[in-house]
Ligand binder design. Structure first.
Ligand SMILES: C[S@@+](CC[C@H](N)C(=O)[O-])C[C@H]1O[C@@H](n2cnc3c(N)ncnc32)[C@H](O)[C@@H]1O
Length: 252
């Protein structure tokens, strides 16, 4: 039986995944998280304005919230920029279950767009190309062509859903980035940060969003302005662990 939607702190809906035992979004706000955790820190509007185009890799399509808001915010703030987003999803929910979440997006046309994307796995209009690949991101990553400016890394938590947090997967993602491309994730687990460092990313502190004090940002090479630095003590600890090869428990 389909799970009922749950209202988060900003009034937007999410879902509880019974098998995994986690919600699809922060209970502080699903829409808040899309914008403050993924869209803003990945600097996608700036990239779209400066380059006139942007390519985003959306890992964990879920309920389409990050994707819908990314299209909305970039089209509004960088009109005319060419947007391409590739979403990866292992367990795509049926369209009937997703429609409530699509309808909660800020414009009706986004709901139409996402519904069609789920049905046909592709949406193309002038200046916008969306592709939904259904399968395991760890397998799909090798089939992706071209390079990305931004990555929304949003699987379930590392403890319950470890695959997309492993260094070999994160290295494959890193290899598909433009220089200066940015990844954002909600996890601040030390193990995830070590995986990112070991796979060639530079890392920084992600913003506090709702009840969560920080996440992690990572860049392919250096970026201007630089990523917000991690706390100095933590940086030293990570550097020591990098040298020793010591692992951490998946603590989040
Ligand atoms: C936290 S939810 C993502 C929420 C989504 N970003 C949104 O905006 O609605 C995590 C999603 O990642 C998907 N996922 C987890 N592991 C995956 C994998 N290895 N490959 C592809 N998708 C995966 C799950 O099926 C789930 O839909």
């Amino acid at each position: 039986m389909a799970q009922p939607a749950i209202l988060t702190g900003d009034g937007s809906p999410t879902l509880f995944h019974r098998t995994v035992g986690e919600h699809y979004h922060s209970l502080s706000g699903a829409h808040l998280e899309a914008r403050q955790r993924f869209i803003e820190p990945c600097r996608v509007i700036r990239t779209a304005r400066v380059r006139g185009q942007i390519r985003i890799l959306d890992i964990g399509f879920g309920l389409g919230t990050n994707l819908g808001w990314a299209v909305h915010d970039i089209q509004r703030a960088a009109p005319g920029a060419a947007i391409e987003i590739v979403s990866l999803e292992r367990d795509l929910l049926p369209g009937d279950q997703l429609k409530l979440f699509f309808r909660a997006l800020p414009q009706a046309r986004l709901s139409v767009m996402l519904k069609r994307l789920v049905e046909e796995r592709r949406w193309i209009e002038e200046g916008l190309q969306l592709t939904l690949l259904v399968g395991d991101a760890e397998q799909l990553i090798d089939s992706l062509e071209g390079r990305f400016d931004a990555v929304f890394l949003d699987p379930f938590s590392p403890k319950l859903n470890p695959g997309p947090w492993r260094a070999d997967f994160l290295r494959a993602v890193r290899n598909r980035m433009v220089e200066g491309g940015i990844l954002s994730t909600y996890s601040s687990a030390r193990r995830v940060r070590l995986s990112l460092l070991r796979s060639g990313w530079q890392i920084g502190c992600g913003p506090a969003v709702g009840m969560k004090s920080s996440g992690t940002l990572a860049s392919a090479g250096s970026v201007q302005p630089p990523l917000p630095p991690l706390d100095a003590k933590l940086q030293r600890k990570l550097a020591r662990q990098m040298c020793s090869g010591q692992e951490e428990d998946l603590d989040e």
